[in-house]
Design a protein. Structure first.
Length: 253
């Protein structure tokens, strides 16, 4: 069967895959929730959900440094990755030997399409369709709120924020925040720039940088009129089946 991934690449599968490698934590969790724990033979060291993923499957390295010798031994008939989270040269090297399907996620609609398309790839069409419809329905029923402006930080030194044209930006808007950072993607900000922005909220993500209470105190000193808090980064950035948990989390704001 011939498929087209979300980057426009053509992927050819000889049948329903029986040996799958996932290069992205959120998509690893999705595969498990679609009932493919037995077919999932390789995951990254960052694939922490579910806990069984790293216990049952082989660790193939990180999202940006693959252990090619381990992958070769696993003999995958499908590798699932992501354009942003994985590195191009590694993906190109894998694609010379194996079918590699890449997601490319900018908003909820992309995530829902990814879930449906992965379902087609792995022979779980009905399960994926049901999941996608339930998630969409849940987000459609999120309260329409205006919580104010927010800057969402993902790194501390240098300070890096989430800008437009990102999945997290779409999640912020759906919660009810207006992104105070108008640059695209993940711009670096100086502390002075952040002080000039004066956002109503400063959201410190738990990942990839592990913000702690000391960072909250630091930013509160410099932004005394801003509500500063640490938020669960998985809820804002994981675009697979974790979106079910995101819905409950977002209701708390």
């Amino acid at each position: 069967m011939k498929y087209t991934d979300q980057t426009g690449r053509e992927v050819i599968l000889e049948g329903i895959p029986k040996r799958i490698i996932s290069l992205v934590p959120s998509q690893t969790e999705l595969l498990y929730d679609l009932g493919l724990e037995d077919e999932l033979v390789g995951v990254t060291k960052f694939c922490v959900h579910p806990v069984a993923a790293k216990q049952k499957a082989q660790i193939i390295g990180g999202t940006k440094n693959f252990r090619f010798e381990v992958i070769d031994k696993l003999k995958p008939d499908l590798i699932i990755g992501n354009k942003e989270e994985n590195y191009q040269s590694g993906i190109e090297q894998l694609a010379e030997k194996y079918p590699v399907w890449l997601s490319d996620i900018y908003d909820l609609n992309d995530a829902l399409k990814m879930i449906s398309q992965v379902g087609q790839l792995v022979g779980k069409v009905n399960e994926a369709m049901t999941m996608s419809e339930q998630i969409k329905r849940g987000f459609d029923h999120l309260p329409k709120r205006r919580l104010g402006s927010a800057a969402y930080l993902i790194w501390n030194d240098p300070i890096m924020a989430v800008g437009s044209q990102t999945f997290i930006d779409d999640m912020l808007k759906r919660v009810g925040f207006e992104n105070a950072v108008t640059q695209s993607r993940y711009p670096e900000l100086s502390l002075e720039t952040l002080e000039k922005l004066q956002p109503d909220y400063l959201l410190l993500s738990s990942e990839p940088f592990p913000f702690q209470d000391k960072h909250t105190l630091f930013f509160k000193e410099h932004l005394p009129n801003t509500h500063v808090e640490i938020v669960d980064g998985e809820m804002f950035s994981w675009y697979g089946s974790r979106l079910f948990k995101s819905l409950a989390y977002f209701h708390k704001f």
